[in-house]
Design a protein around this ligand. Sequence first.
Ligand SMILES: Cc1cc2nc3c(=O)[nH]c(=O)nc-3n(C[C@H](O)[C@H](O)[C@H](O)COP(=O)(O)OP(=O)(O)OC[C@H]3O[C@@H](n4cnc5c(N)ncnc54)[C@H](O)[C@@H]3O)c2cc1C
Length: 466
Amino acid sequence: MVTAAIHRGTPPDPPKSVRILIVGGGYVGLYTALRLQRRLKAELARGEAEIVVVSPDPYMTYQPFLPEAAAGAISPRHVVVPLRRVLGGCHVVIGEVTSIDHAKRTATLDTLATEETGQTEQLSYDELVLAPGSISRTLPIPGLAEHGIGFKTVEEAIGLRNHVIEQMDIASSTRDPAIRDAALTFVFVGGGFAGVEALGELEDMARYAARYYHNVKPEDMKWILVEASDRILPEVGEEMGRYTVTELRRRNIDVRLETRLESCADRVVVLSDGARFPARTVVWTAGVKPHPVLAATDLPLNGRGRLKCTPELAVDGVPHAWAAGDAAAVPDVTAAEPGKETAPNAQHAVRQARVLGDNIARSLRDQALETYAHTYVGSVASLGLHKGVAHVYGRKLKGYPAWFMHRVYHLSRVPTFNRKARVLAEWALAGLFKREIVSLGSLEHPRAEFELAAGGKPSGYPKGSS
Ligand SMILES: Cc1cc2nc3c(=O)[nH]c(=O)nc-3n(C[C@H](O)[C@H](O)[C@H](O)COP(=O)(O)OP(=O)(O)OC[C@H]3O[C@@H](n4cnc5c(N)ncnc54)[C@H](O)[C@@H]3O)c2cc1C
């Protein structure tokens, strides 16, 4: 027995597990994790690899559907994809990475428990994928922080929908022309995808909703798009951008090019062209900047705060660190002019994530890495129900065909069969029934009713005070 034990020797060390930490559960985070789940299936099963996804929300947001969610065409739950359900082979941690010491292979994070315990968590890793995306790029404009709202999250999209309908209710219930005017004036700053689509969809929704108000007519509302450059929607090219301006103006939307927001203090909007008017809605969609957590790492950033990356999606000069999407400055190897980076959009984010997942698997197996190369194929944008604009693969489309293409394209792109089926069912039902025009702003203050009944000071009252 003893001899046998000696011959067998000490038990072999358990296989070393490689921990891959993915920061962010958006486009890049989700698609990289999905790819790794597939590429490292055997290693995950044998316990030789572990994938940890850290995300502040338990879901990935399909941002191109936010304008339709704001218009009520898609319910909020269906524009998000639950991470835990689709990432069965990963550990999903709900939290926010606050800093990274890559030299020590350690990330510090705040979890939901941090607020109560006051303790941050430390997470060690072997491979790092940084995909925290971007945040709204704001300017120090008076009143903006107090009264502006962004359009990047599902909470903002639904909050804005409720807010717009609430403004119509306020206008409908007052005879004071000043309050009415301010309530019915909606200002969108920034003529990119987010601003134009959000404005197009919400104006369309409000125009429809107006038929149910006895004293609010579509022509009573002022919808204003403020853009600092001389064109909008650069993603669909110059000609289609010009068409979009004409189309929006035909709908009585006031498109102001080469104009900037100078102030919205005290809910009075002041523009650089001298215009000055009261408005209770200012939507800020004037671009994005890389997430600030990137500055809390020891990784190299370029002048605009994005992570310096190689065409293989590795962080430049840093072993075992990878990045893609809005947070990464990836050289565009398909561009004619040198030094160009891939644009921050979903088209690149999804494709980069797949190459990134493959390259991590390849590097773990000591195989050669793949180069990311994708030529931008153009874009589609919705401007409201049955209205759109597109410039894809050199083909230009307007109106209904572009809108239809927008829906087909995004239905094919939204992750999971479950979400595709639900969104399709919603669109089909919308063809049979009237549009939803209800505001559920009170959902934001679920305790207000009970607080009132219990004699306390209710939070969130009076309604419409936001
Ligand atoms: C309204 C709107 C419409 C759009 N429409 C289009 C379109 O039609 N076509 C197109 O190509 N692009 C579109 N885009 C752009 C596209 O959505 C982005 O380019 C894409 O989401 C970038 O992917 P990402 O993974 O880099 O970032 P995101 O998808 O934003 O994901 C980042 C993730 O990281 C998480 N995160 C942030 N900080 C931390 C942290 N500290 N720790 C952990 N996690 C963190 C975030 O919560 C988020 O889950 C649109 C954007 C918006 C806002």
